[in-house]
Write a protein that binds this ligand. Structure first.
Ligand code: AMP
Ligand code: MN
Ligand code: MN
Length: 329
């Protein structure tokens, strides 16, 4: 396997990609790399498999991206760089095209993955990094290129969204130091916070309220399951672009070790998992075809699985996972 640096140096036309429904980390990392590689004289296209949440439109105004527009639409390239996921299937149809084209591919990521299943020409990969955006900055600096102001802000977005503004268990000393360094270099944290978190619609609190109404506790309160279907959300005149707040509220309950929340996305049921101190939710997410980290993971159920079916399946999975308690130290 060649190194990430060799692969980038040898490539002139590069596609930089994020994952489906790109979050702040995926976007932030992709922006850092796209801007930096352009500054090095590379021809770079920043392409996302589908449109991200509108809360990130402030990033797009500074660094425009395009959305994959179907088979045959990828520009000629000699390298694809995938940010913040190590599985091409997390790029939907865009991933399938990359697979079929046999493009050279580099992954920049912090999710654990199975190397026997997912193959890359090079990996810039560190599961201990709080955010992929930080790895993107490191990679750029290893190439001898310093990120510009806009890239530094994107790296800050990546770090702060993936750590829940430095409050999740992945917020380690390196994450705090990186945040301080980025602010020291001119990033305005208050303005970034307002851009991401304080532009919601009036329907958002209504959506959160309707979703919290469904809460069901399992296994003596060690697990909690919440859900909302599209019809209930519409009746409540609610909106739900992001389930992070709901997951945080449920995880905050003292007895709770694990939260699962179900919602509908494009006709399919999506589940998000969060755990507090010991349960590896990545394992549970993998059992239903998803993945993620030990304390935050997700999956999308196959088409045709209803919220009721998914709830039943998850109740069993959660009961079994937490009943035994944490493994002996
Ligand atoms: P979410 O609950 O969607 O915020 O996701 C939490 C974590 O799980 C993130 O690191 C995601 O990248 C990961 N994740 C979410 N959905 C999937 C999926 N379908 N497959 C693999 N990883 C996922
Ligand atoms: Mn992500
Ligand atoms: Mn990430």
């Amino acid at each position: 396997m060649s190194t990430s640096l060799d692969l980038i140096r040898a490539s002139e036309r590069i596609v930089v990609a994020g994952h489906l429904r790109a979050d702040g980390d995926s976007l932030g990392a992709a922006i850092v790399l796209a801007r930096g590689l352009r500054a090095m004289g590379k021809q770079v296209e920043l392409i996302l498999p589908d449109p991200p949440d509108s809360r990130y439109s402030f990033l797009e105004r500074r660094t425009p991206w395009s959305i994959y527009s179907g088979k045959g639409s990828l520009p000629d390239h000699d390298l694809v760089i995938v940010c913040d996921c190590s599985q091409l299937d997390r790029l939907g149809a865009m991933g399938t095209e990359i697979e079929i084209l046999g493009s050279k591919r580099l992954v920049v990521d912090h999710h654990p993955f199975d190397r026997a299943v997912h193959r890359w020409d090079a990996e810039y990969h560190d599961v201990t990094a709080a955010a992929t955006g930080l790895l993107a900055v490191d990679l750029l600096r290893e190439l001898g290129e310093e990120p510009d102001k806009i890239a530094l802000e994107a790296a800050f977005v990546a770090l702060m969204t993936d750590t829940g503004w430095l409050k999740y268990s992945n917020a380690d000393a390196r994450a705090f130091a990186a945040a301080a360094d980025l602010v020291g270099r001119g990033v305005d944290p208050d303005s970034v916070y307002r851009d991401i978190y304080q532009q919601t619609s009036a329907g958002t609190p209504r959506g959160i309220g309707a979703a919290l109404a469904s809460t069901e506790y399992l296994a003596d309160g060690k697990a909690v399951l919440g859900w909302i279907d599209g019809a209930t959300l519409r009746t409540a005149q609610g909106e739900l672009v992001d389930t992070d707040e709901i997951l945080d509220i449920l995880r905050a309950v003292q007895s709770v070790e694990v939260v699962a929340f179900l919602s509908e996305r494009g006709g399919r049921v999506k589940v998000s998992f969060r755990s507090k101190t010991w349960l590896d939710v990545n394992q549970g997410a993998r059992q239903i075809g998803g993945g993620g980290h030990a304390r935050a993971a997700g999956a999308t159920f196959p088409e045709g699985v209803s919220i009721v079916d998914a709830r039943e399946q998850l109740s069993e999975l959660l009961e079994a996972a937490v009943s035994a308690g944490p493994p002996a130290a």
